[in-house]
Design a protein around this ligand. Structure first.
Ligand code: PNS
Length: 164
């Protein structure tokens, strides 16, 4: 049988409703979707540890039967090959995402011509949502409950209470 497995890689610090929307869309068109959290991100100190992000995403995707969550290190193409995945799923919110995504997709194609990158757009209502903005506005007291899953709101509150 011909089945398609795809990897949805990212930092997910933290998971947003935009990510979840994309996961749900991706899971409808591929047979198996693996959400993969990058362990050695060069984005600076994350707010949530990899273990915390793994827990949050696992809980959020629990109802989706063909979605699993894991972590990876090193090159995405190597991880995809190990997993037997044919495609990488990425979200594009606005034109501003395009250049970065295009460069990554082309680099990944250079590194592994067999691996395809699939781009999907999240729901319009999430086009401005990013993990970075969520952290920024939450820190300043904003209500982000419409933009991230409830379990992420809880974790954000706990972090703040713990002084993190
Ligand atoms: O959520 P992000 O930070 O936009 O995700 C970026 C990610 C994890 C997809 C990217 O940094 C990545 O794939 N890193 C692994 C290292 C790698 O393979 N780099 C080559 C791609 S250009």
């Amino acid at each position: 049988m011909h089945t398609v497995k795809a990897i949805y890689p990212g930092t997910f610090d933290p998971l947003t409703n935009g990510h979840l929307d994309l996961i749900a869309r991706g899971a409808k068109i591929v047979d198996e979707l693996v959400v993969a959290i990058l362990r050695n991100s060069d984005k600076g100190t994350p707010l949530f540890s990899v273990a915390e992000r793994l827990e949050m995403i696992s809980e959020a995707v629990a109802p989706m039967e063909n979605v699993s969550v894991t972590t990876f290190d090193g090159l995405l193409v190597d991880f995809a090959r190990q997993q037997g995945a044919k495609a990488v799923l990425r979200g594009i919110r606005a034109i501003s995402d395009y250049e970065y995504e295009f460069q990554m997709a082309m680099m990944n194609r250079k590194l592994d011509p067999e691996l395809e990158t699939l781009f999907m757009m999240p729901a319009e209502k999430y086009t401005y949502v990013s993990s970075r903005l969520i952290k920024g506005v939450f820190r300043l007291g904003a209500d982000v409950s419409a933009l991230v899953p409830p379990l992420v709101v809880e974790r954000l509150k706990r972090k703040t209470a713990a002084g993190g």
